[in-house]
Write a protein that binds this ligand. Structure first.
Ligand code: HEM
Ligand SMILES: *[C@@H]1O[C@H](CO)[C@@H](O)[C@H](O)[C@H]1NC(C)=O
Ligand SMILES: *[C@@H]1O[C@H](CO)[C@@H](O)[C@H](O)[C@H]1NC(C)=O
Ligand SMILES: *[C@@H]1O[C@H](CO)[C@@H](O)[C@H](O)[C@H]1NC(C)=O
Ligand SMILES: *[C@@H]1O[C@H](CO)[C@@H](O)[C@H](O)[C@H]1NC(C)=O
Length: 451
């Protein structure tokens, strides 16, 4: 702990020194306290869903480019479409995808979120092998099973449901099933608090003292690593036993373990596997649950959208018996539902910002972004088309999908079409598809959005 504080202080001194060198070329703005910077204020705004206001206060004070201390690193915030274009297209020799140091301490240094160039390509190839269409199709059954169980346990027969905590619970259970292949029971129960602490610590005030959120995240990671080590060992043994039945649907962890020998260039160490599972768990958790929660709130507040979605879902469920599981083909029919979800993504982007790190001194609009500083693009909602006239139309959906893909592509994180489609299907699948459940949604009232 002392070591971390010392390192942080040294870094701060280093950056202060560095800032001096460029003091007349740095953009305006206030760094805040050493190490802490303006992180508490920023997190407060984020929690209160006032992050837009937080940015705009500073934009009106300093203009579209300003500096601030965030998550233990000096940061330059860039605002506007041309800034976004620059951030997403300048290339890895200028900006890398690196997360803030406190985030990578919790999510791991070998995760795809930290890598660039060749290493990034390798890990991505490994992750994508889990998302082949024929494999994806098998997940739908697992998804359906988790969702049915969840609705039975937590929604059925209630007149009021707090949607967001429930959706988070469901998402966690789906993650356990699909990504790490642990069934309902004591293992999931043990993992839940660890996962929650890590998720809560990933963007926290980066002070590692007892009882800080950051400290809880680090402690949770320390407990999670041996647990995942054991899991990996168990799965290796199981794989050895069932070599002949290789067509079983695999969870992500098993699929990463099985990449070996035949393609040693993408072989992953235990550390690689753990860090990337954690990254994908965390990456899929808030994003999916935020989207689904907003979607359900919309169903509760907008009658016409509600009845359109119910109609689409009913048409699909009418062709099936109650016990029959949802299939991939069913998901491809949820076209309207997905368009509404796309609009929710535009209105409430679950990832409001992306961090980058300068790998060299960069000159931008007459300012210097010094090497080692973070770069933050202010959420790019404004870069998306205003869909007020074309909401929920096919062309808008296409436009949105293309924009997402382009941004991902440009960012050097080219998301494979399969990943994009997987996200689509995963999200699509979490919409209840049976009549009995639709009624619960109507009655459900949304409570908290700002946890
Ligand atoms: C509504 C749901 C989701 C949204 C809005 C979303 C958004 C994003 C965004 C904006 C990025 C790029 C971040 C950056 O460039 O800094 C990203 C990356 C990523 N996401 Fe998601 N995500 C969602 C769901 C998921 C799910 C369910 C998974 C996994 C099961 C996932 C796995 C990943 C991975 C692995 C990356 C890194 C890709 C790479 O570096 O090549 N995401 N996501
Ligand atoms: C969420 O799920 C876990 C395990 O799946 C369960 O133990 C817990 O009680 C659930 N929480 C709520 C609020 O339902
Ligand atoms: C797995 O393999 C067995 C025997 O080869 C076959 O009968 C079964 O249909 C296969 N299952 C899937 C899901 O492909
Ligand atoms: C519901 O959504 C539709 C489509 O966006 C919109 O035209 C309508 O005004 C909304 N109704 C309410 C009550 O918000
Ligand atoms: C992403 O990049 C690849 C190769 O650079 C290109 O072929 C593809 O069309 C791009 N996709 C999008 C959606 O821009």
């Amino acid at each position: 702990m002392e070591v971390l504080i010392t390192i942080s202080l040294l870094l701060t001194i280093f950056f202060v020194f560095k800032a001096k060198k460029y003091s007349n070329r740095l953009p305006p703005g206030s760094m805040g306290l050493p190490v802490i910077g303006q992180t508490p204020d920023f997190l407060k705004a984020l929690k209160a869903d006032k992050v837009e206001v937080w940015f705009h206060e500073r934009i009106s004070k300093y203009g579209p480019i300003w500096k601030v201390g965030l998550f233990g690193n000096p940061t330059i915030v860039l605002h506007g479409p041309s800034a976004n274009k620059f951030i997403y297209s300048c290339g890895e020799n200028m900006l890398t995808n690196t997360q803030p140091p406190s985030t990578s301490r919790i999510l791991g240094k070998k995760s795809i979120l930290e890598l660039s160039c060749h290493d990034h390509k390798q890990i991505r190839a490994a992750l994508v092998s889990f998302l082949k269409l024929d494999v994806l199709k098998q997940y739908v059954v697992k998804l359906d099973e988790e969702i049915q169980h969840h609705l039975q346990m937590k929604w059925h027969g209630r007149t009021e449901v707090k949607v967001q905590p429930m959706i988070k619970n469901l998402t966690f259970n789906i993650i356990c099933s699909l990504l790490i292949g642990i069934e309902r029971g004591s293992k999931r129960e043990k993992l839940l608090p660890l996962f929650q602490d890590m998720n809560g610590g990933k963007l926290a005030i980066p002070i590692n003292l007892p009882f800080t959120q950051f400290n809880r995240g680090i402690t949770a990671r320390k407990k999670l690593v041996p647990m995942f080590m054991d899991l990996i060992r168990e799965k290796r043994e199981a794989l050895e036993d069932q070599k002949h039945q290789s067509n079983r649907s695999k969870d992500l962890m098993t699929s990463l373990i099985s990449i070996r020998d035949d393609d040693s260039s993408t072989m992953m160490t235990d550390e690689d596997i753990i860090d990337n599972i954690v990254a994908v768990m965390v990456g899929g958790y808030d994003t999916t649950s935020v989207l689904v929660s907003f979607l359900i709130r919309l169903l509760a507040t907008n009658k016409s959208i509600y009845s359109n979605i119910v109609q689409e879902q009913q048409e699909i469920s009418e062709g099936k018996s109650l016990e029959e599981a949802l299939t991939w083909e069913d998901l491809t029919k949820m076209k309207y539902t997905w368009r509404v979800a796309s609009e929710m993504l535009r209105m409430y982007p679950p990832v409001p910002m992306n961090f980058r790190r300068a790998v060299q001194d960069i000159e931008y609009e007459g300012y210097i972004i010094p090497k080692g500083w973070q770069c933050l693009s202010h959420r790019w909602k404004h870069a998306l088309p205003d869909s007020s006239t074309s909401k929920y139309t096919t062309s808008h959906k296409k436009h949105l999908a293309k924009l997402y893909l382009t941004i991902w592509n440009l960012s050097g994180r080219a998301i494979d079409r399969k990943i994009a489609s997987f996200i689509e299907k995963l999200v699509g699948a979490t919409i209840p598809h049976q009549r009995q459940h639709s009624n619960h949604i109507r009655r459900a009232r949304m409570h908290s959005y700002n946890t």
